[in-house]
Design a protein around this ligand. Structure first.
Ligand code: MIG
Length: 762
């Protein structure tokens, strides 16, 4: 539809193209050496990015050159088209706005698709009606989206990322939509969307890797070789074609560059890495106190109990139920004595009730979304009729930020944001409900996918300002870039084997999508767990960045002691192991803040050239040196484990195993197979009931035979002092168990004692 390329002009790092068949001039802009933005400004509004923030985001949204540096080393017309070069990329732009990306060795990273579109045949209306009588949902034939981009696929290409989607790790051959959705049915592989919209994917070819971030927060579509094996297509019904092509020398660098653009998850408080206990349906203060007592009496480590909607007065946010939970103050301070923090749930829906302060304040200031006629828009959620804060307005965000004081003053330690798709009981919010998108009104359909993002941002800003600590926010809905503000959990899974299996690719893809600090509801949210399923899920939870056991009211109770002695002791074993591994996981979070690399990694991220790992759904790496291969099949007492190249040690037996092959490993109910790479150093703490009990007295360094370098990070685990230099960094060089230690940075009190433990070779 663009036709022949007529000409181009440059403006700094931007190149505008003119086509015979199109009034809009597409623009390419080098953002860094490795990131090129492609914009076809159909709306005339330019960029409206909410994912890229800070100075970069401001410049993009203002239509200015994103970078002041000269990034384009060459722009020249040649036979094949206009050639743009940066220090790392070559881009060729030709007729019909075909854009090809190459690395600096001229290896193709991603080429435009030049063939015809294969839309296939559509069903006629009568057949559709007949099928729908028995309840078959017939999805529309892949629409010819007005905003779309087609990229060529080679036979071996794999695709990863896209946030929290269900199904397998490699998204090639599948189709997805980005539309934040709360669907209570058990999530299946064929679900097109879940709660989060992260329109970023990695395209891994045999030798190269690149990424595409389609920054359009209307509903967007991704068909990844399903429509036709020769191409992938992403598109939208509205908005702009506004995407970032992201290069890098390998998969890790592409993830790094995506998170450079959209931001990296900041350090969390150390205690947030501990075990969290939760349930919807701790109906009274007495019930929740009993849980805390039981945790301690059962000798289980725990740092936090979550207060679900039960604690609120008629589900009114920023209130406590005076009958069942009093005012919260006493229970929170008693928990504190026990080393247990309280995290409370906060939904966006504000109860429509005269004289309820949150409602009255919002009405007075005009903080709620309205109908196109200007009346406050009402739908139903837990409190009954409810209204929706307009988080896209900075004033509303400051108000919401200030509301957090209510919780902070009571001693609450963090906030869990739920229902922020936003979910609603009386049908979905209509497309035209009026919200704000920063500087202008915007219909619901334009802001839906960033509603959770904006709510999390408001919450984060409130906690940052008023608590003085690193804010701990957990969200259900979010968008690209939300990792700057919040951690996440994967929503309402079920206590079924299919869902413990799903957890691994889902968490791995979230990590590749920038949201590193994530977890599933351990044990499963809906349905009833079995002792065996729970034991296996605790093992997986032990290695998930966020380790929270949570389940739904009405389902089988799911605390570790509900399944008999054997499962209780298995739970204790893995919860204790989690506490031993805290400094290792903390180091990974520090690495994540620096580089954007996730804590929990699919094997393909570390070994992208190994074809054996490109479709590996049932194991993962914690960092780059610990491989976890959980059992996710009922009845299995063995596990087929694949180890990538190199030498590995069985964590439990010490046995040496040569990589590049598979092994059948014993996995009785109390064993989750774990392997550590030769030369590794794993920092550990002694087992403790909660973080902060014994303040960093002893550090254990577990060394594995071989050569390796490891950097260990230490700070106060609480606030932002580390950004002013209050941290230590130790460089540890492992020569077969002999450790050389060097201080790379010294800005915090050190350990009382450092103990080296050589794991010997068997
Ligand atoms: O639809 O607050 O995903 O974790 O326990 C129910 C009650 C609303 C959904 C969340 C779940 C939470 C539940 N909430």
């Amino acid at each position: 539809m663009f036709g022949k390329l007529k000409g181009y002009r440059t403006d700094g790092n931007k190149v505008y193209f003119e086509y015979e068949g199109s009034k809009t001039s597409p623009v390419l802009e080098a953002i860094t050496d490795n990131i090129v933005n492609v914009l076809v400004d159909y709306t005339g509004g330019g960029h409206r990015t909410r994912a890229v923030e800070g100075e970069l985001g401001k410049r993009l949204n203002a239509g200015k050159n994103a970078s002041e540096e000269e990034l384009l080393t060459q722009v020249a017309q040649e036979k094949s088209g206009v050639i743009l070069k940066t220090a790392s990329l070559t881009v060729v732009v030709g007729d019909d706005f075909m854009v090809d990306f190459y690395d600096k060795e001229n290896q193709p990273l991603s080429l435009a698709y030049r063939g015809t579109r294969n839309l296939g045949a559509d069903l006629d209306k009568a057949s559709k009606e007949l099928l729908s009588k028995e309840g078959h949902g017939i999805s529309d034939r892949a629409a010819d989206y007005p905003v779309q981009e087609l990229r060529a696929l080679d036979a071996k290409d794999c695709i990863y990322g896209l946030g929290d989607k269900t199904g397998v790790l490699n998204k090639r051959e599948y189709e997805y939509e980005m539309w934040n959705s709360d669907i209570p049915d058990p999530q299946e592989d064929n679900f097109k969307s879940l709660y989060k919209s992260i329109p970023f994917f990695l395209l891994l070819k045999e030798k190269t890797c690149c990424g595409f971030f389609f920054d359009n927060h209307y509903k967007t579509f991704f068909n990844l070789g399903k429509e036709c094996p020769d191409y992938l297509v992403f598109g939208a019904m509205e908005g702009n074609l506004d995407y970032y092509f992201i290069g890098g020398r390998n998969m890790k660098e592409v993830v790094g560059n995506y998170t450079f653009l959209t931001g990296r998850a900041p350090m969390q408080q150390m205690w947030t890495l501990g075990y969290h206990q939760s349930r919807w349906g701790y109906r009274t203060e007495e019930e929740i106190r009993e849980i805390a007592r039981k945790l301690r009496d059962s000798d289980l480590p725990c740092d936090c109990i979550h207060f679900d909607i039960d604690y609120m007065d008629h589900y009114k946010v920023f209130t406590w139920n005076p009958d069942t939970y009093k005012d919260g103050r006493q229970v929170i301070s008693d928990f504190k004595e026990m080393g247990i923090k309280a995290v409370t749930i906060i939904d966006p829906g504000v109860k429509l009730e005269k004289d309820y302060y949150v409602y009255e304040e919002g009405v007075k200031e005009g903080y709620f979304a309205t109908t196109p006629e200007g009346e406050i828009y009402v739908n139903e959620v837990w409190p009954g009729d409810a209204v929706f804060p307009d988080f896209g307005d900075a004033k509303v965000r400051s108000w919401w930020a200030e509301k957090q004081k209510f919780l902070i003053d009571l001693g609450v330690a963090g906030v869990w944001n739920d229902m922020n798709e936003p979910a609603s009981f009386r049908g979905p919010l209509p497309d035209d409900v009026v919200f704000t998108d920063e500087d202008q009104p915007a219909p619901h359909k334009a802001i839906h996918n960033i509603y959770g993002h904006n709510m999390a941002k408001a919450t984060y800003e409130g906690w940052k300002e008023y608590s003085g600590k690193r804010p701990f926010v957990i969200t259900r809905a979010c968008y690209s870039g939300s990792q700057k503000y919040t951690t996440g959990w994967t929503g309402d899974n079920h206590s079924i084997w299919a869902h413990i299996r799903m957890a691994i690719p889902q968490l791995c893809n979230l990590g590749l999508s920038g949201l590193s600090f994530v977890g599933t509801d351990v044990g499963g949210f809906g349905s009833d767990s079995t002792p065996e399923l729970f034991a296996r899920w605790i093992q997986l939870g032990c290695f998930s960045p966020l380790f929270r056991n949570h389940c739904a009211v009405g389902c089988r109770m799911q605390e570790p002691w509900q399944f008999g002695e054997e499962v209780l002791s298995i739970s204790r074993k893995y919860m204790n192991l989690r506490y031993e591994l805290l400094p290792y996981i903390y180091d990974l979070m520090h690495e994540c803040e620096q580089t954007g690399l996730p804590v929990m990694r699919p094997l393909v991220l570390e070994y992208p050239e190994d074809e054996q790992v490109r479709n590996r759904n049932d194991e993962f790496l914690l960092g780059d040196r610990m491989l976890v291969s959980p059992v996710v099949e009922q009845g299995a007492r063995e596990k087929l484990v694949y180890l990538p190249e190199g030498v590995w040690y069985d964590y439990w037996t010490g046995e040496t195993l040569e990589g590049g092959q598979s092994y059948i490993r014993k996995a009785p109910l109390d064993t989750c197979p774990i392997f550590v790479k030769a030369g590794a150093v794993i920092p550990k703490y002694p087992v403790r009931t909660h973080v902060g009990k014994e303040k960093d007295e002893l550090l254990i360094l577990e060394t594995y035979p071989g050569e390796g370098i490891y950097t260990h990070y230490q700070d106060n685990g609480e606030d932002f002092e580390y950004r002013r230099g209050a941290y230590n960094e130790y460089r540890l060089i492992n020569h077969n168990g002999r450790l050389d230690m060097e201080m790379l940075h010294e800005g915090y009190q050190g350990y009382g004692k450092i103990e080296i433990r050589n794991k010997s070779q068997k």
